[in-house]
Write a protein that binds this ligand. Structure first.
Ligand code: ADP
Ligand code: MG
Length: 682
């Protein structure tokens, strides 16, 4: 399944030269040649015939063989997009949907958003002319709510089905129903089996590193040393890390070290890729490194299967992944760094040497490898089901326990999520979707608790502030604290701090940012400054954007995260207004807002115990205030929080102090008054 790498490089380098008609033709030709060389090209008519003859089809092929990019184009050529019909191709991840759609548009010689488009949460890049629509599996689920027959699609392709995300699993169940109701139509379901492309890959044991790298920190140091000292044959390096924070810190470390390297060593071009990264920056991983430079890609498990990055010769796999975990008994959901499964480890090693011989360095012993799980547990078995159950209810499926799940979640997990939704007021006593609360909640592209918070805030007169909160909770941390400038970063954060906690602190950041953008002349849509910079008044926009950038830098704010928060804010505002509700601000009345937080997040309340630790009231779990919180070290009596992170202990993050008496007052159905009146005990 080797890809002609010369063609790949030709494509990448083309970007720098001017677009003469001649070179454009050459480029199209190069792309075409590349397409024809893919393994899937030889079975085009066979595949199309199978799709025509069968209701459901499973397609299995090696990573990089052309399933994602080619099959939809085959279907397009075969006439599946005639008469205004579309082909949907679902992806588990946003990044994949964007990059693949962009690639396919390029191959078809059209602009992305036209015949080939993508749709992800908070971003719709499609038009009435869209025929091939790449979208996250979650987005297709939402569309199914509005159009239960999915009548605009002639075909649905479920890509990366083996990943078994919660949305993919639910889609399978739903699509079976859709198929029954659309006997006449045909649906192709495809799945790719886990199959590591091990051709030419040698697993190299680095005994010294293996035996010493046990903790995440040691692994990080080993990975760093490897990247710096990997001399061998030239070739790009792919390093798997667990998330944005880890990637950013590794990026800084590598850039710092690389600047001290001897001029004889090839330069390092460090490119990060993770879900929250803006798409223009994600595209950088596909550009070849300049001559004499070695590209080092720092990636989350995004690069395991959904993205095929050409030119990787070395893979470094520390063997860890950040995964959702859920304890149905306590109802506590958290993100945890856990060992990868054997299948994931194989898939990672398969990313090396796809075009030439390559190597994978696993930063763990063979003994440890043998102890890994064979494959990853489907997400549906390890996460909070409240959102899925809410969507199913909105879909008219009341018997959630009887739903045709591919892998049934445990009964207790389903019951817990029903209880959760009931306590939020989304379900009636009979277990049906309540109206208007439940139906409105289901319409928001938000976790049920946040959706409910938006509705409550409209009644409590602080929806502008809740909108800001929900938007800021939907992005990664906006505070940026480089290790060498910790003091300065802290001083900067102090300008925004509210003694009441993180939510109001974040609101202050957003308020200042929007004010700055308005003063700079960008209007409230500060987030658009970058996008519109190609307009006729681009100089003006560039100036505005530069000013906002420097404001962010001066305040140690992550401009990317904040821009995304502003985008999300705009989207959710649209949903709220679309329901005929109005967004109102409480101004400086933060007491009202904190009461609203208590009314919204009562399920995430915690109280201080005699020994100074905290107890989460709903689960009884012992938790501590995360050091990143502005309330760290303050010991408030009672708080509500939005996030639980588990490392060596359980931390709560994004916290606001509330009065414990508000809980029985504002959530009487959940908190019996007397239980909270008694002094806290251990
Ligand atoms: P599969 O889905 O079977 O894993 P893909 O359709 O994603 O395979 O990829 C087919 C080939 O197209 C890959 O081998 C890769 O070389 C090339 N390719 C895919 N996306 C890009 C891209 N964004 N830039 C350059 N090449 C790409
Ligand atoms: Mg694919």
């Amino acid at each position: 399944s080797a890809t002609p790498s010369a063609a790949n490089e030709a494509v990448g380098k083309r970007k720098a030269t001017t677009l003469l008609p001649q070179t454009r033709v050459t480029k199209r030709q190069a792309l075409l040649n590349q397409r024809r060389a893919l393994p899937i090209a030889s079975v085009e008519s066979e595949l199309v015939n199978h799709v025509k003859k069968n209701e459901t089809l499973v397609v299995i092929g090696e990573t990089g063989s052309g399933k994602t990019t080619q099959l939809p184009q085959f279907l397009h050529s075969a006439g599946f997009c005639k008469g205004g019909m579309m082909v949907a191709i679902t992806q588990p991840r946003r990044v994949a949907a964007i990059t693949v759609a962009t690639r396919v548009a390029e191959e078809m010689g059209v602009e992305v958003g036209q015949e080939v488009g993508y749709s992800i949460r908070f971003e719709d890049c499609t038009s009435p002319s869209t025929q091939l629509k790449y979208m996250t599996d979650g987005m297709l689920l939402r569309e199914a709510l509005l159009d239960p027959l999915l009548s605009r699609y002639s075909l649905v392709v479920i890509d990366e089905a083996h990943e078994r995300t919660i949305h993919t699993d639910v889609l399978f169940g739903l699509l079976k129903g859709v198929q029954k109701r659309r006997q006449a139509a045909s649906t192709a379901t495809k799945s790719s089996k886990k199959k590591a492309a091990t051709t030419g890959v040698a697993l190299k044991d680095l005994q010294n590193l293996l035996t010493t790298s046990k903790t995440p920190l040691e692994k990080k140091n080993s990975a760093l040393k490897l990247v710096i000292h990997l001399e061998e044959i030239p070739g790009d390096i792919l390093l798997f890390l667990t998330g944005q924070e880890e990637i950013e810190s590794m990026e800084r470390l590598l850039k710092e070290r690389a600047s001290h390297l001897s001029p004889k060593v090839p330069k390092l071009l460090v490119v990060p890729i993770y879900a929250a990264l803006p798409s223009e920056q994600q595209m950088r991983v596909f550009q070849p490194a300049p001559d004499g430079t070695r590209k080092v890609i720092l990636a989350t498990n995004i690069a395991e299967t959904s993205l095929t990055i050409p030119g990787i010769r070395y893979v470094i796999d520390p063997g860890l992944v950040k995964a959702r975990a859920y304890n149905p008994r306590t109802g506590v959901e958290s993100l945890e760094v856990v060992p990868v499964s054997k299948a994931q480890a194989r898939q990672r090693s398969g990313r090396a040497g796809r075009e030439r011989p390559g190597k994978c360095f696993r930063l763990y012993t063979e003994d440890l490898y043998r102890k890994l799980e064979d494959s990853t547990v489907p997400e549906i078995k390890r996460c909070n089901l409240a959102n899925v159950v809410l969507q199913l209810k909105a879909f008219g499926i009341d018997d959630v326990l009887g739903f045709d799940f591919m892998d049934k979640p445990s009964r207790i997990a389903i019951v817990k999520s029903l209880e959760h939704l009931y306590s939020l007021g989304a379900l009636t006593d009979e277990g049906k979707l309540s109206d208007p609360i439940g139906t409105r909640m289901a319409r928001f592209p938000l976790e049920p608790m946040y959706a409910k918070a938006m509705l409550i805030s409209c009644e409590m007169g602080c929806s502008e502030e809740m909108l800001a909160t929900v938007s800021m909770m939907s992005v990664d941390s906006v505070f940026y604290a480089p290790r060498d400038k910790l003091q300065e970063a802290n001083n900067a954060r102090n300008r925004f701090i509210s003694a009441d906690g993180d939510h109001i602190t974040l609101i202050n950041v957003l308020r200042h940012y929007i004010q700055e953008a308005e003063e700079a002349g960008a209007g409230a849509g500060a987030g658009e400054a970058e996008d519109t910079s190609s307009n006729s008044n681009s100089n003006e926009n560039k100036k505005v954007f530069k000013r906002i950038r420097s404001w962010c830098t001066a305040n140690f704010i992550n401009a990317r995260s904040l821009k995304r928060a502003v985008d999300i804010q705009k989207q959710i505002r649209g949903y709220v207004e679309g329901m005929g509700l109005t967004i109102i601000s409480c101004g400086d009345d933060m007491l009202s807002f904190r009461r609203c937080l208590a009314a919204s997040f009562f399920l995430n309340a915690a109280r201080r115990q005699l020994d100074g630790t905290y107890r989460a009231l709903a689960s009884g779990q012992s938790v501590a205030i995360h050091p990143s919180s502005v309330l760290f070290g303050q010991k408030p009596d009672c708080v509500v929080f939005n996030e639980l992170v588990r490392t060596n202990r359980s931390y709560i993050r994004n916290i606001t102090r509330v009065d414990s008496l508000w809980l029985p007052e504002l959530a009487p159905h959940y908190y019996a008054a007397q239980a909270l009146n008694t002094p806290c005990q251990s």
